[in-house]
Design a binder for this molecule. Structure first.
Ligand code: ATP
Ligand code: MG
Length: 426
């Protein structure tokens, strides 16, 4: 891809409404643009990163045996009346009427729709267990949308739902899904923690949250300094009748091992055991050997769009975004430092570009008619991990300059040694 054909949309000014670094950088690097409060366009660079997140998730979901489906974003509110959740969910549910004055809502989550689907298509216990998932747009009319796509009204979620014949079956599906989540967060390459959580409005018993650690996180997490014990501090405060979550620091860990440490996190995933809450209320029954059974359900969410903001909160510097290898929108950028538009420089760029592209390196060629300094600033802002600078000096010594985003020093290598050099760097 050449930048002259790409909607880069970078900007230098900090957007006035952006309070967090990730929100600022996502706008400045041209990843997103706001349409209305909590509603965003994803521009080409942002969409590319989003697709990477989705592919990492999809790969692990598929190999865990979950099957991908796609449910509608518009849901009849009659299903929410059946589940009894319509009142409880409150104003985050955006309700509207169609031309026949039938009531619908924009889906904030899909327990009702999936349970309705299963009661229509699953007849026999032999079809269970089953886990279905989708990666799709959700809408929650958040009271205070903020921090860009971190807490938006419209966002992309992976949601999965498991159906089992027994609580033991649910335990198994839940741990399969947890295993897939561990792989996903490992593959993302971000620092994260799993904590015990409150299951909140969605109902059910066991629940755990996956948090990306960042000082700007909205959630406070409490860990033991000597065991695996980890819990959302909010929940621990409730359990222990404490007032202030910050007072937990240094107190003995509830599992009797060591003392508590506190850290800030951003919730990016949540897994729950729902039990029979939705199968009973929506009357999803399957024929068992000894009569009908209401399946035991689990539900498993990941905030795909929030992961990108969280990744940036965790990894950035004064120049811009620092991507984990898994998420960088491009692996390498060729910076054509060619203010005089010399044919020889362009030819070397072309040659290197073809070499990288034909070796499956995801490469961007900054061929814009701009000063080199502007290009460096943009590419560091976007956070492309490796720059190959080709300019006047390259036509003299027949070498290109390689600069790694996080290192000060640069190195000059011959075009034929570039691939070798790149494999050493990454
Ligand atoms: P929060 O407490 O942050 O509002 P939640 O408990 O309401 O999250 P879930 O219902 O568990 O979230 O949704 C699954 C995942 O969807 C969350 O872990 C989070 O990553 C993501 N998510 C939820 N609300 C938003 C939002 N408004 N904007 C972006 N992502 C969101
Ligand atoms: Mg919420």
């Amino acid at each position: 891809m050449k930048t002259s054909n790409l909607l880069l949309a970078t900007q230098r000014e900090n957007p006035s409404d952006a309070e967090t670094v990730s929100h600022q950088l996502m706008i400045k690097a041209g990843l997103i643009r706001q349409v209305a409060a909590g509603i965003y366009n994803w521009l080409p660079t942002g969409k590319k990163v989003l697709r990477k997140v989705e592919e990492i998730i999809r790969k692990e979901m598929d190999s865990s045996g979950a099957q991908e489906i796609l449910m509608p974003m518009v849901q009849p509110t009659s299903l929410w009346e059946e589940s009894g959740r319509i009142q409880q969910y409150g104003k985050e549910l955006l309700v509207f009427q169609d031309r026949h004055e039938r009531s619908f809502c924009l889906g904030p989550t899909h327990e009702e729709v999936i349970t309705d689907l299963c009661r229509n298509v699953i007849k026999s216990h032999r079809e269970l267990p089953i886990t279905l998932y989708q990666i799709q747009t959700k809408f929650r009319d958040e009271i205070r949308p903020r921090f860009g796509v971190m807490r938006s009204r419209e966002f992309i979620m992976k949601d999965a739902y498991s159906f089992d014949l027994s609580p033991e079956g649910l335990d198994k599906s839940y741990s399969t899904m947890k295993e897939a989540y561990l792989n996903i967060f490992h593959n993302l390459g971000l620092e994260y923690r799993i904590v015990k959580a409150d299951s909140g409005a969605i109902g059910g018993s066991d629940s755990e949250e996956f948090h990306i650690l960042a000082d700007s996180g909205e959630d406070l997490l409490a860990f033991s300094d000597s065991s695996d014990y980890a819990i959302n501090a909010e929940l621990l405060v409730e359990l222990q009748d404490e007032q202030d979550p910050n007072s937990l620091e240094g107190k003995p860990s509830p599992d009797g091992k060591g003392n508590l440490l506190l850290k800030k996190g951003i919730e990016v995933g949540h897994i729950f055991k729902l039990g029979r809450k939705y199968s009973e209320s929506l009357k999803l029954r399957v024929q068992g050997d000894d009569g009908d059974v209401y399946p035991e359900m689990g539900c498993y969410g990941i905030g795909a769009s929030r992961i990108i903001a969280a990744s940036i909160e965790q990894n950035h510097d004064e120049k811009g975004i620092i991507w984990p290898k898994s998420l960088c929108p491009y692996e390498v950028v060729i910076v054509e430092a060619n203010p005089k538009k010399k044919e020889s420089i362009k030819n070397t760029c072309e040659e290197v570009y073809e070499l990288l592209a034909s070796n499956n390196v995801d490469v961007l060629w900054d061929d814009r008619d701009k000063r080199p300094g502007v290009k460096f600033t943009d590419m560091e802002l976007i956070g492309i991990p490796i720059m190959i600078i080709i300019g006047d000096k390259s036509t003299e010594d027949n070498k290109v300059e390689i600069k790694v985003r996080l290192e000060e020093k640069t190195e000059r290598v011959s075009p034929q040694d570039i691939l070798q050099k790149l494999s050493e760097i990454s």
